[in-house]
Design a protein around this ligand. Sequence first.
Ligand SMILES: Cc1ncc(COP(=O)(O)O)c(C=O)c1O
Length: 476
Amino acid sequence: MKRTPEKNLYEQVARRLQGQVASGVYQPGDRVPSVRRLSVQFEVSVSTVIEAYRRLENQGVIEAKPQSGYYVRARLWQPPAQPAISQPLSSPTSVSVSALAMKVLKVSRDPDVLQLGVATPHFSFLPTRALNQILARIARHDHGRGCGYDFPPGSPELRQQIARRSADAGCQLSPDEIVTTSGCQEALSLCLRAVAKPGDTIAIESPAFYGTLQTIERLGMKALEIPTCPRKGVSLDALKLALERWRIRACLFVLSYSNPLGACMAEENRKRLVRLLAEHDVPLIEDDIYGDLGFSAKRPKAAKAFDRKGLVLLCSSFSKTLAPGYRVGWVVPGRYQEDIEHLKYVNTMATATLPQLAIAEFLDRGGYDRYLRKTRALYAANVERFTHAIARYFPEGTKVTQPAGGFVLWVELPGKADAIELRRRALVQKISIAPGPLFSAKQKYRHCIRITCAYPWGERVERALPILGRLAQEMV
Ligand SMILES: Cc1ncc(COP(=O)(O)O)c(C=O)c1O
């Protein structure tokens, strides 16, 4: 069949743009040029570009977003395989990660280094201006309260706001059940001290958040790492066996979008977990810090929602969503309320007053959900882009998690790659990553790294990821 010249033209335009997508000029989630702009770039008519875009849309290469333009479809490519369920040491062990953690902490303060090694959102993702304005206004009109102690359980205004929001996580909390803390890290530390003593064994995920590991280390407790699936979270079958075999004093798990795996436990399994621990009378310290950061509209219920015995101690903070530097977190201690209030008092006397009041007012104004919706979409797009770049630049056989929330990726490198050495070489290039050994009691996961995606996508990241990929390539 003889083709009309016009048809030839829009096919050519479509092919050229498709080529740019295939070669990575435009990545999944990227906006492609506007119709008008492409018509100038390719020196064709506007109607030819519209036809080309329609064709690419039909082929699933791009998608139109109302009042926004055309974007490269996110799932055009096959993401790399996910790491398999972990196989940690099967007995309780002392923990030794603190020295390595302090090294990582040191570089996290260097502004010349691209911080892909810390699980902290870049300030541009946070409502910094709005929060600071509220805090400044409260400070200006303060008649002394802001400079005074806010003794445990902490600011009533903030506890009321947290209680109101708790229904989203399936809990019906009253403000009296909540104790505010200086971040989630303090909440976790208070809980560990409330439920266990030196020498006791704490069951944790594997790999696990290194803040938890360090606390266990400094409290002289032992960690029992439980096999964990990157999608479903901690294995309940393995936990059941461990409970029968060892004297486990408490469990400390991140059930929603864990750090570093990004795993999210299904609701049925959360119920099963709470039941299992109730049977053994073992408390669960539930770290829910990423619970608000799922990529789908429905927020997971906290395990606390199924707790009938007061055995779940729910911990969280606003560090991943609003302001890590405000240091505002909280704990719902269940049957350990009195102990936790006293431990909080002994530990830091009180949580700083002004940041609590500012966050309470921010929540009261009602913009938090809108802000969360926007930020979650940004993190989802970034996770996709980072994954795409890793698939493209890292050695063949690299495995990457596919989190459904949060903003970190766990990357398992093939062959003999060494994460500590990779970190050292990356730092020479002014890029920081978190090496896998940080995430286990005895520094396992030497071939793994964690990368944060809560950094704005742009030139700096686009330059860094191929460099990381090349460095990893050199090692395998
Ligand atoms: C899983 C997890 N829990 C707790 C914390 C500590 O949170 P905060 O800064 O509120 O103390 C972090 C921070 O990285 C985290 O990833």
